[in-house]
Design a protein around this ligand. Structure first.
Ligand code: CP
Ligand code: NVA
Length: 312
């Protein structure tokens, strides 16, 4: 099948077909290989990208800046503290101005609506670098990491343990459903994902053969899992919920003992990072031989580069 993603925004994995995600993953393997071999291209020569950040970031910002710069492009970091967006100027107007000056826009912030409006009004590809509900570029890196580890995605099993309704869990569920990866959210009932999203993911999963489930039963959820994934207990913007989350999530901490309940020696541990070691994961697991968190972090760059090469 001929796939062209030129001019497309990347706001949620919902909008991408399994074939398009496959295309992005294949391109990610390719750009990673090129970089390791020292083959350099200038695919973004003369291009500019605006990187808007309402929330903090290390990986996403550095992935966009280095990937774009390596290809000859000029990334411009725009902190929300410095620009007019949403304060003195509407998102619609900012979008139209940036669309006149830049070839693409990355947005990280609170509302999914903001990234949608930027895409609608700017006329250039817009990439979602994380909102309260989705973190789609993260999932490209996660899928690449699993594929590198096991050689394939279809039929593999990923379990997300913890705050099952956060942006990473939501996007991971969609990505797994589309790519034929069996996916379980292991969480206390109070932190289950929205039923509407589970239902929608199950529709995608019908086509791919993935099994999508939500459970509080540790033994049932962990059995046979290839990749155990967790994330912080409180996401950016929810800092006031820490006490409540500690109470709810302490039984779901990823410990060595929990890892062993996969009954698979080759199971790996994933985390989007940054991590709060000792909360959602113990030090021995994240620093141990099963952990692939730094490969996963590196893969943010290769997948983000591939996404921009495909869409620009
Ligand atoms: N995983 C991730 O998005 O990291 P940053 O918050 O550092 O960008
Ligand atoms: N769920 C986390 C992800 C950080 C990359 C957050 O939103 O803070």
């Amino acid at each position: 099948m001929d796939i062209s993603l030129k001019g497309r925004s990347f706001l949620t994995l919902m909008d991408y077909s399994p074939e398009e995600i496959r295309y992005l993953l294949n391109l990610s393997h390719q750009v990673k290989k090129e970089r390791k071999e020292g083959t350099f291209h200038q695919r973004f020569l003369g291009k500019t990208i605006a990187l808007i950040f309402e929330k903090r970031s290390t990986r996403t910002r550095c992935a966009f800046e280095t990937a774009f710069g390596e290809e000859g492009g000029c990334p411009v970091f725009l902190s929300i503290d410095d620009i007019q967006l949403g304060k003195k100027e509407s998102v619609e107007d900012t979008a139209r101005v940036l669309g006149r000056m830049f070839d693409a826009i990355q947005f990280r912030g609170f509302s999914q609506k903001t990234v949608e409006v930027l895409a609608e009004y700017s006329g250039v590809p817009v990439y979602n670098g994380l909102t309260d509900v989705y973190h789609p570029t993260q999932i490209l890196a996660d899928l690449l990491t699993v594929e590198e580890e096991f050689g394939s995605l279809k039929g593999r099993k990923i379990c997300f343990v913890g705050d099952g309704r956060n942006n990473v869990a939501n996007s991971l569920m969609i990505g797994c459903a589309k790519m034929g990866v069996h996916f379980t959210v292991l969480a206390p009932a109070a932190l289950y994902p929205e039923q509407g999203l589970v239902d929608q993911s199950r529709v995608f999963a019908e086509r791919s053969g993935a099994d999508i489930s939500v459970s509080s039963d540790i033994d049932k959820a962990m059995d046979g899992v290839d990749a155990v994934y967790t994330d912080v207990w409180v996401s950016m913007g929810e800092e006031d919920k820490l006490k409540e989350r500690m109470d709810l999530l302490t039984p779901f901490r990823v410990t060595q003992e929990l890892m062993e309940r996969t009954h698979k020696e080759e199971s790996i541990f994933l985390h989007c990072l940054p991590a709060v070691k000792g909360n959602e994961v113990t030090f021995d697991v994240i620093e141990g031989p099963s952990s692939r968190v730094f490969d996963e972090a590196e893969n943010r760059k290769h997948t983000i580069k591939a996404l921009m090469v495909a869409t620009l």
